[in-house]
Design a protein around this ligand. Structure first.
Ligand SMILES: Cc1cc2nc3c(=O)[nH]c(=O)nc-3n(C[C@H](O)[C@H](O)[C@H](O)COP(=O)(O)OP(=O)(O)OC[C@H]3O[C@@H](n4cnc5c(N)ncnc54)[C@H](O)[C@@H]3O)c2cc1C
Length: 400
């Protein structure tokens, strides 16, 4: 039997997050956003709430919750502000879950345990100035020299670039395969901020997710110990895609939360604002926008819940997660645009939150596989051009 009810633990998590975010984040987010300021205290509080290791096993310092809990946390966090969900995406989804599945026991003890406890913050570095969707187009290299790799390159558009302590970085280890664009020449590495030759920066001209930190880093002859290679040489592309599958799940759930934020703000405004003698909610064209948000919210929620349920039972979910991410992010853009519309000129002011929702939603339509990338994936699955091949490493099912 399929059960769509939240269990007691899930509901308790939702209640806790609504209370915390409503008390600590909501009153400050307008000013933080306007000041383009990242608030480190939120990270400490998220660590205390065990969010930073939410679905990681207790033996590695995590909270031992299931993957649906991860989705619920992302939905609740993005309801308040996108930058909090981004922390979950890069720290938990892209980095820690990957390290847990692909890392050696030594790597897990050294890097995963402090990450799961929230003592160290982690992110993910794939994108470069000349390559985003085309991951094989990256230029960063890792050349083996004795018991280390010497890494050179430039990563950009990296969430938490100036905040994170640990970085999961994809680079070419086989220079012949790099020339042929053969992705089996890519490898993955764990880097620390303190490594000599590592230098990060914050992007100053970003126009959304302004309370978040986004930047880049350069690697100049960075010596990375061989024991910091994640997986085998040549597994970097598979690891990068594995990471994205979990990152996309967090983005899908988060975008669903943003749709709900748009819906709630729009309903409140439509009930209060009057034109032509009646609340604007009574005009059919406004109702249409509200109805679209309501249906998009439910559809987005069901799609990410299905992906979370599949993760819980250990079933491959590349297609379902891609669909959830594609649908929810595109729908969140529609919801945010309509929320601004319903607010009229007031929507065009930061006095109301919907302008922030509008600026924030767009990035998720671009990152972790753009709208176009997911559309192509869905078509290819439907047409039979794409089939999932078994992977050496899979996300373990949730075992209560
Ligand atoms: C706020 C923010 C945070 C980010 N955080 C991270 C991070 O933490 N780590 C990280 O590694 N990256 C991060 N990124 C980068 C993100 O993953 C890339 O921007 C994304 O992969 C798209 O790459 P691109 O920007 O180079 O666009 P491009 O790949 O150059 O694409 C440009 C346009 O062309 C379209 N396009 C490309 N190829 C095709 C095709 N084959 N068919 C049809 N259309 C196509 C795209 O959909 C897009 O519309 C972040 C980006 C943003 C905006």
């Amino acid at each position: 039997m399929i059960d769509l009810e939240l269990g007691e633990e899930h509901q308790a998590l939702v209640d806790t997050l609504r209370e915390w975010a409503g008390r600590e984040v909501a009153p400050k987010i307008h000013d933080l956003d306007r000041a383009h300021r990242f608030e480190p205290a939120f990270l400490r509080q998220m660590a205390e709430l065990q969010l930073l290791g939410i679905c990681l096993p207790e033996e590695y310092g995590g909270a031992g919750m299931d993957y649906v809990s991860l989705g619920l946390a992302c939905e609740e966090l993005e309801y308040v502000d996108t930058h909090l969900r981004v922390v979950m995406s890069v720290h938990v989804g892209l980095n820690s879950m990957t390290l847990w599945c692909w890392g050696s026991e030594e790597q897990k003890q050294k890097y995963l345990v402090p990450q799961a406890k929230g003592e160290k913050i982690a992110t993910y570095g794939l994108t470069e100035p000349n390559a985003g969707s085309d991951a094989v187009g990256i230029q960063t290299t890792a050349v083996r020299r004795g018991d280390c790799y010497v890494m050179n390159g430039e990563k950009t558009w990296i969430s938490l670039a100036d905040v994170a302590d640990h970085f999961l970085v994809i680079a070419w280890t086989d220079q012949e395969k790099k020339k042929k664009r053969d992705h089996s020449g890519l490898s993955a590495f764990i880097l620390e901020r303190g490594f000599a030759g590592f230098d990060s920066y914050t992007l100053k001209e970003k126009w959304g997710i302004l309370a978040g930190n986004t930047g880049g880093f350069s690697l100049q002859d960075v010596e990375v110990p061989v024991e910091n290679r994640l997986g085998e040489e040549g597994e970097g592309f598979k690891i990068a895609m594995f990471a994205l599958e979990n990152g996309r799940y967090t983005v899908a759930a988060g975008a669903t939360g943003l749709i709900r934020a748009c819906l709630d703000a729009s309903v409140a405004y439509a009930q209060g604002r009057k034109t032509f003698g009646v609340p604007i909610g009574q005009h059919q064209l406004v109702k249409e926008m509200i109805a679209q948000m309501a249906s998009d919210y439910d559809a987005g929620r069901l799609l990410w819940l299905r992906a979370g349920w599949m993760k819980n039972i250990g079933r491959r979910n590349t297609r379902e997660t891609s669909l959830a991410k594609w649908f929810a992010t595109v729908a969140s853009e529609r919801a945010a645009a309509d929320a601004v519309q319903i607010h009229g000129a007031n929507g065009y002011s930061d006095e109301y939150p919907v302008g922030r929702y509008y600026r924030n939603c767009k990035a998720a339509v671009i990152y972790e596989g753009s709208r176009e990338v997911h559309k192509l994936m869905q078509a290819d699955y439907a047409l039979g051009y794409r089939r999932d091949k078994p992977r050496r490493v899979e996300l373990p099912p949730y075992l209560p």
